[in-house]
Design a binder for this molecule. Structure first.
Ligand code: S3P
Length: 735
């Protein structure tokens, strides 16, 4: 509880702050100060404050908190006046849009009072102004940046923090200098450009015509030129240095654009425009709180699956994740323009796409699964502007490590909480043997720091585990390593890298379990058609199998023999799956899969099928839970280091639903039977969330699945397709 709050300056911001806190009941008394008698009168009439004072000194007597909400250039004089008063222990704070000048003035005028000073800046406002526009909810869900000084006392900071939070603002703390840099770039520069552009056009002779034909683009771009000129004049004078720095950088970028137009350099223009477009989408998501980073961090996206149902119809699940990743990587390193169709627009593949954009590759799309990649050749990547964020995607991190180990520049690869727990030594160690310089966090975890400029030498390597990611990583590094790189796998794993390299005209030799290539070649752009992902189809293969009376057709599914373990296992369990219309598309076999409901029985899963169904086990466990008898899985310890520990996490969920099962170090034993309803957890793992959605078909009560946001990593339209075929799962609260 605060005793007396004094707000100096009753404009939109000061008035809204006063009104919101008065309504919150957090302050015993809210007193307003303003030079304008009309504003003081209105403030009381509108309930913005309890009372007003004309005189600053008498208003501040007995104040606990004093909020300075006057125009930024008036701040200096105000601080000087306050310095001459006895303010007791009152906490002083402000709302100025630039912080450096306010802090400088405070240091000069009241050096002894800095412990009670908490500089602040609410990033909120509107084209309205004046006390009559005061809005108690103005700051709700808006950012407020506090820039405490080294001298600021923690309890003073806590008081101001508390007040803003009471107004439901998102409070952040920042260094003064950083605040001014950030605001110069994101707010001050755009205002300068908008004012400048309108004035520049208005000065021309033909201005009437220009404005008559100005369309939406002009209106949108120049909306902020309608802002208060005096206030903005103040801000530019107050934040001079930071504005000049950002303006100079922008001026040279503008010159580069001018040169590109002059030289008819369409490639350069397309690069700037495509990068800007995605960056803007990304920013808008952040602003609307829909950023995938945000979604990944929020553990509360809940799927609610209703029991029962039967599947029918025909659907095409999204593009293959593994092939989508590789299409971007090889397309970027190729010479010429690669067209991709059927690209998976899920967060994982988008993370790879963004990584290459960050390294200077011009990539158009994705638009309805179409992507156009303007390849830069094997040696054409540029240093990224900062760390490369790969979200949830292990494939991106492992494959990129191989590729980046051979570049001339340094890179840092980071990821979300799930990816940050996954082992990267399996790629870092063999890459080091090739001469790469790589650092990881403890126990080989991300972030992965890769030092550029090291010549690689070829390696002959026997994989200690069956991993297509490690194999692919080393083959990609091998493109740059002196000599022949050979990788031998202990069991067959997906061979999309080998196939696609050949599709790009690169010679890869496969001899039994060994794949080899020699550096020195080049990749030539090609056309890639990505088949539907059998790993996504798997959820529907199991769903239709366990739901009696189902009959479903899954179109255009990739049936590369290194991926079809799920079909073999379901058939061994008695599943009714037929392959129709088999054909080959761009070096990958595809078919339409027809699946009907069947009585499944438990089996001992043959170990040789494990790598061929590695991503499908979570949903196969659901099939096992619905089968008659016992299913035993062995030799699958790799499942423990996927997006989650898939053995433990599935066992926990199945047990919660009343299924009898027992995890073992390298597998699980599941006794089929009844499935109940209940609460289970996705653990940030897309395939876990989707598997439990499928389980609902045979459950006796609803299943609530927590932590489902990551379904978007591989299967963004999962819920829509479920609804289409008859699985009754939806985001909780939405029908
Ligand atoms: C993948 C390989 C597999 C798989 C992953 C994708 C790939 O991982 O689980 O989803 O695209 O190469 P491992 O190589 O670690 O088994």
């Amino acid at each position: 509880m605060i005793g007396r709050l004094v707000v100096v300056g009753l404009g939109l911001i000061g008035g809204s702050f006063a009104k919101g806190l008065r309504e919150s009941g957090l302050c015993r008394e809210v007193v307003g100060v303003d030079l304008d008698p009309q504003s003081r009168k209105l403030a009381v009439e509108l309930g913005v404050v309890d009372r007003c004072e004309e005189n600053l000194e008498s208003a501040c007597v007995g104040a606990d908190v004093i909020q300075l909400a006057v125009p930024i250039l008036a701040m200096e004089k105000l601080l000087a006046r306050l310095a001459g008063m006895d303010l007791g222990q009152a906490v002083l704070t402000d709302v100025g849009s630039a912080k450096g000048n306010v802090v400088r003035a405070a240091r000069e005028t009241m050096p002894g009072r800095l412990s009670r000073f908490v500089p602040g800046h609410p990033i909120a406002g509107s084209e309205q102004s004046g006390v009559e526009a005061s809005n108690a909810a103005l700051f709700r869900r808006h950012k407020v940046i506090l820039t405490p000084l080294a001298e600021t006392a923690p309890e003073a900071l806590a008081v101001v923090d508390r007040l803003w939070r009471a107004l439901e603002a998102d409070v952040e703390h920042m260094q003064v200098e950083r605040h001014d840099e950030v605001l110069a770039a994101t707010s001050h520069l755009p205002h300068l450009l908008a004012f400048g552009l309108v004035d520049s056009l208005a000065k021309r002779n033909e201005n009437l015509d220009i404005f008559r034909y100005a369309a939406g683009g002009f209106r949108d771009f120049t909306r902020i030129a309608g802002s208060d000129p005096v206030m903005w004049h103040d801000i530019f004078l107050a934040n001079r240095e930071a504005v000049l720095r950002t303006l100079d950088t922008f001026r040279s970028d503008l010159d580069a654009l001018r040169d590109a137009v002059d030289a008819g350099d369409g490639h350069q223009l397309l690069g700037v425009f495509t990068r800007a477009r995605v960056a803007r989408e990304h920013f808008s998501k952040i602003l609307a709180r829909r950023a995938y980073v945000d979604a990944m961090n929020s553990n509360d996206l809940i799927f609610l699956a209703q029991p029962g149902g039967r599947l029918s119809g025909r659907i095409r699940v999204p593009g293959d994740k593994s092939i989508s990743h590789r299409s971007i990587m090889l397309g970027s390193l190729a010479e010429g323009t690669t067209e991709v169709e059927g690209f998976l627009e899920g967060e994982d593949a988008l993370a790879t796409l963004q990584a290459f954009r960050d390294m200077g590759v011009v990539i158009e799309g994705p638009h309805h699964g179409r992507v156009t990649i303007h390849g830069v050749g094997l040696n054409g990547l540029k240093p990224p502007p900062g760390p490369i964020y790969l979200g949830n995607s292990g494939t991106s991190m492992r494959l990129l490590s191989g590729l980046l180990a051979a570049q001339s520049f340094d890179t840092v690869l980071t990821g979300d909480a799930s990816l940050s727990k996954r082992p990267m030594n399996r790629v870092a160690n063999p890459l080091r043997e090739m001469g790469a310089v790589i650092e990881t966090a403890e126990q080989g975890r991300p972030p992965v720091v890769i030092r550029g400029g090291h010549k690689l030498k070829a390696l002959t390597y026997a994989l200690p585990m069956a991993s297509a990611q490690v194999k692919s990583c080393l083959l990609l590094a091998g493109l740059y390593a002196e000599g022949q790189t050979s990788v031998t796998e202990p069991a067959p794993t997906r061979d999309h890298t080998e196939r696609m390299l050949r599709g790009f005209g690169y010679d890869v030799k496969v001899d039994g379990a060994t794949a080899s290539l020699v550096s020195g070649g080049k990749l030539s752009a090609t056309h890639i058609e990505v088949p539907a992902d059998i790993s996504s189809a798997a959820f529907f293969l199991v769903a239709a199998s366990i739901a009696e009376g189902s009959d479903l057709l899954l179109e255009h599914v990739g049936i590369n023999p290194t991926r079809t373990g799920v079909i073999d296992i379901l058939r061994l369990m008695g599943g009714d799956i037929t392959l129709e219309n088999q054909r080959e598309v761009g070096g990958e076999p595809v078919a339409d899969l027809r699946v009907r409901g069947a009585k499944l029985k438990g089996i001992d899963i043959p170990e040789h099928l494990v790598p061929l169904a590695i991503d499908e086990f979570p949903v196969l466990f659901v099939a096992a839970a619905c089968a008659e008898g016992r299913t035993v899985l062995r030799g699958a310890e790799e499942l423990r280091v996927k997006e989650s520990d898939r053995i433990q996490v599935m066992a926990d969920g199945l047990l919660a639903l009343g299924v009898k099962c027992e995890p073992t170090p390298d597998g699980i034993i599941i006794d089929g039977g009844e499935i109940g309803g209940g609460e289970v957890h996705g653990h940030g793992d897309h395939r876990i969330a989707m598997s439990f959605s499928v389980a609902s078909l045979r459950a006796s009560a609803p299943i609530r699945i927590h932590d489902c946001a990551n379904v978007a990593t591989s299967f963004p339209n999962f819920l829509a397709l479920c609804a289409e075929v008859g699985i009754r799962v939806a985001e909780e609260g939405k029908s």
